[in-house]
Design a protein around this ligand. Structure first.
Ligand SMILES: NC(=O)c1ccc[n+]([C@@H]2O[C@H](COP(=O)([O-])OP(=O)(O)OC[C@H]3O[C@@H](n4cnc5c(N)ncnc54)[C@H](O)[C@@H]3O)[C@@H](O)[C@H]2O)c1
Length: 312
């Protein structure tokens, strides 16, 4: 099939492009390379995928992407993903995460796209999980604690609207904390990448607060499987794409250190204001309706990621 992957030069997007190109799809990645890297697509481009450099906020770039790619499937992953930036510049965050999604939905509708799959967030859309029954299912209240989660929630609203109003087959995937090779260790999120990079460089990773904060870690290849399956099977969603398992920062650090054959030592740092204490998301609906489940064992996934950071 012909597929457009926005954010295709990024961490998750490039793995998705690899998977689509490997199965013979004609893939066009649209990315402004603000955090993505051309190198991430080197193998996919050898296999026939194309990269178009441009922003999803730019109508001219979108027009070119739809003209060149003539997509039957749209995977929309390009986003402003920096939570702190979303707090300091919420209008920019909204423009990229919700505004550009509306522009893409409109073009997808006009082009008669078969499926539109959107990367939403399971880690930031529900808000604080402490005091709630974890893991949270999709019908839990969405009470985002930052503009990032709110703009993704707004975008999800438009996906639902385009489904009702125009019959466009839209699906939102609420991703847990995704980890794996190619994740940017210089972002503020991506604790696995940040810890792996620190250990590789012989530095102590910093742990904020008591380190008991929990997240739902899901491996990138499993997430790619969810995108591919959602595009094949459809379904109204939104779907939680996680494991349902909580892992604390300290526990994660120990596991990553073990992958580097070390004890986990860290530099304590003050708790970060507004940081969620606990979250995990219930993936049963994706299991029932998409036949999807996360398959990667955490220690094995961390070992592969550690190897990648070491350059093995
Ligand atoms: N990594 C996670 O744990 C996680 C969790 C939940 C949701 N998500 C979502 O998954 C998607 C991919 O995230 P990722 O972790 O791969 O991050 P990433 O930063 O590696 O990927 C995002 C990509 O989008 C590109 N991009 C940013 N703004 C753009 C714009 N205006 N126009 C075109 N391209 C633009 C970047 O250059 C980058 O290649 C995002 O939508 C993110 O919100 C990620």
């Amino acid at each position: 099939m012909r597929a457009l992957v926005t954010g295709g030069a990024g961490f998750i997007g490039s793995h998705l492009v690899d998977a689509l190109a490997a199965r013979g799809d004609r893939v066009l990645a649209l990315d402004d390379l603000s955090s993505g890297r051309r190198e991430n697509l080197a193998r996919a481009c050898d296999a026939g995928a194309e990269l178009l450099e441009g922003s999803v906020t730019d109508e001219a770039a979108l027009a070119e992407a739809f003209e060149r790619g003539r997509p039957e499937l749209v995977f929309h992953l390009a986003a402003q993903i920096d939570v702190r930036r979303s707090v300091s510049d919420p209008a920019f965050d909204l423009d990229v995460n919700a505004g550009a999604t509306i522009k893409l939905l409109e073009r997808a509708r006009v082009a008669g796209v078969a499926r539109f799959v959107f990367a939403s967030t399971g880690g930031a859309i529900y808000g604080e999980g402490e005091g709630r029954d974890l893991p949270l299912p999709e019908d839990s209240d969405c009470r985002p604690d930052a503009p990032y989660g709110q703009s993704k929630y707004a975008a999800e609203g438009y996906l639902g609207l385009y489904r009702r109003l125009h019959g466009l087959a839209t699906i939102a995937l609420r991703l847990g904390n995704v980890y794996g090779p190619r994740q940017d260790p210089h972002g503020e999120a991506g604790v696995v990448a940040i810890f792996c990079n620190a250990l590789r460089e012989g530095r102590l990773p910093r742990v904020f607060g008591d380190g008991e904060q929990t997240r739902d870690y899901v491996y990138a290849a499993d997430v790619v499987g969810a995108f591919v399956t959602a595009a094949e099977r459809g379904g109204a969603g939104p779907y939680n794409i996680g494991t349902g398992v909580e892992t604390s920062v300290i526990d994660l650090g120990r596991r990553i250190a073990a992958a580097f054959d070390r004890e986990f030592e860290f530099e304590p740092a003050p708790a970060r204001l507004g940081e969620i204490q606990r979250i995990s998301i219930d993936p049963s609906l994706a299991g029932r309706e998409l036949g999807w489940a996360a398959g990667q064992d955490l220690d094995r996934g961390l070992a592969i990621t550690a190897d990648w950071f070491r350059g093995d």
